[in-house]
Design a protein around this ligand. Structure first.
Ligand code: ADP
Length: 394
């Protein structure tokens, strides 16, 4: 099996997590996925990344000849060093290892996936695609915390932002749907300047970003993926004074309290029952008060963040919803839009109920500001980056 005519071949896209490896064989030109799956029980709790990659590459060989252009890896943290995807070499591996201090759960697993491919398929070109890279265009006013400068200089304490691969995919697609060319700059004769988007990526992790002319200028996540919006199990923004206060009140340490903010807060902490927006919405509609409150806080904080990001852009052309909740929750979108009428947004209920699928993504009534639903596809973005970098090297 070969890639489509004239293409550089297929790309093996890998997302190596702490306990599983998600994989997909992707045609970077057509987006087709002839093979995909997930290897479970990896890492501390089970088998090695080497065994998993041997199995995954074995599935490929079972299919006969696969013209593999390279492997593309999702890597969570690229620090200040990477503002684009890169071909992996020893120096890149060292940098990913160094940024493990900023993403101790993710980068070591991502690295193990890259090293396993290098062992199982020596010579196969590999590309690292960073969640943080897209946000490296943020200005210092958006990325610096108002803390002692030494923390930034010595400990790299600043806002990085995440979900960048998704934002890149979704903002390009939204620009196309809105009649702007991919870079987000206006077509000839178009009255406005660079296209101003707020994209809300609402999955298990939730963040939103302000994107001007295709460049990130602000986002809600920070040093870690815990800052910003309410998420499935993460608190999002809290008063930093909370940590010292609770340490004193309960005698618990920083690691323990941070873990509670990361894994037992958010929708789960508020509702006491679930981190899943489907379950929360159904319970809220049945009159469950705690689920109702979880939904209220989620919507309140999201609406506030969209308005804040609009200030970072100096105005808004479109609000775009993506990822599990953003693509599927008619209720969350409806409630957020109802809060943002003052920005010029108004829900088109029929279009929203159809997830924008019959209206070119649009879920708003005609007006100065549009709302869209745009399904994200991080795997395809990783495959395209990999094909681009591999063919540039040839
Ligand atoms: P991940 O961040 O792990 O990729 P997803 O993007 O798949 O996660 O998003 C998962 C979230 O999407 C969950 O909170 C889930 O409840 C929510 N979700 C999926 N389908 C629906 C739906 N039909 N209505 C509301 N929420 C949904």
């Amino acid at each position: 099996m070969a890639g489509s005519p004239g293409s550089a071949g297929l790309v093996l896209v890998l997302n190596s997590g702490s306990s599983s490896v998600k994989y997909a064989l992707v045609d970077p030109d057509t987006g087709e996925r002839p093979l995909s799956g997930q290897a479970e029980n990896i890492g501390a709790s089970g088998g090695s990344y080497h065994d998993a990659l041997t199995r995954i590459l074995g599935h490929l060989d079972d299919r006969g000849h696969v013209d593999l252009a390279g492997a593309g890896h999702r890597v969570v943290h690229g620090g200040e060093r990477f503002s684009d995807s890169v071909l992996v070499d020893d120096e890149v591996l060292d940098a990913i290892r160094a940024f493990s201090r900023l993403a101790p759960l993710h980068n070591p697993a991502n690295l193990a996936g890259i090293e396993a491919v290098a062992q199982v398929r020596p010579g196969l070109p590999q590309v690292a695609v960073f969640d943080t890279a897209f946000h490296q265009t943020m200005p210092p006013a958006a990325y610096r915390y108002a803390v002692p400068q030494e923390w930034y200089k010595r400990h790299a304490v600043r806002r990085y932002g995440f979900h960048g691969t998704s934002y890149r995919f979704v903002s390009e697609r939204a620009a196309t749907l809105l009649g702007h060319p991919p870079a987000g700059h206006p077509p000839a004769g178009h009255p406005s300047a660079a296209l101003r988007l707020v994209v809300a990526h609402l999955g298990n992790g939730c963040s939103a970003a302000a994107i001007s002319g295709g460049r990130s200028v602000d986002t809600t996540m920070g040093l870690t993926p815990m800052e910003g919006l309410v998420m499935g199990t993460r608190s999002g923004d809290v008063d930093p004074g909370l940590l010292g206060y609770l340490a004193e009140q309960t005698g618990r340490g920083a690691a323990d309290l941070t873990d509670a903010l990361d894994t037992r807060s958010g929708l789960l902490g508020l509702s006491g029952t679930s981190n899943d927006m489907r379950t929360i919405s159904e319970a809220a509609e049945r009159g469950d008060e705690r689920a109702g409150l979880a939904l209220d806080v989620f919507v309140h904080r999201l609406a506030k963040a969209v308005a804040g990001l609009t200030a970072s852009l100096g105005g808004l052309d479109a609000l775009v919803f993506t990822a599990g909740i953003g693509e599927n929750s008619v209720l969350v979108r409806s409630r957020v839009l109802a809060r943002l009428g003052f920005l010029g947004l108004a829900e088109d209920p029929a279009a929203n109920a159809a997830h924008g699928q019959t209206s070119g993504g649009r879920i708003s009534l005609p007006g100065p500001v549009q709302a869209l639903v745009v399904p994200t596809d991080e795997e395809l973005m990783i495959a395209r980056d990999t094909a681009r970098l591999v063919s540039a090297e040839r």
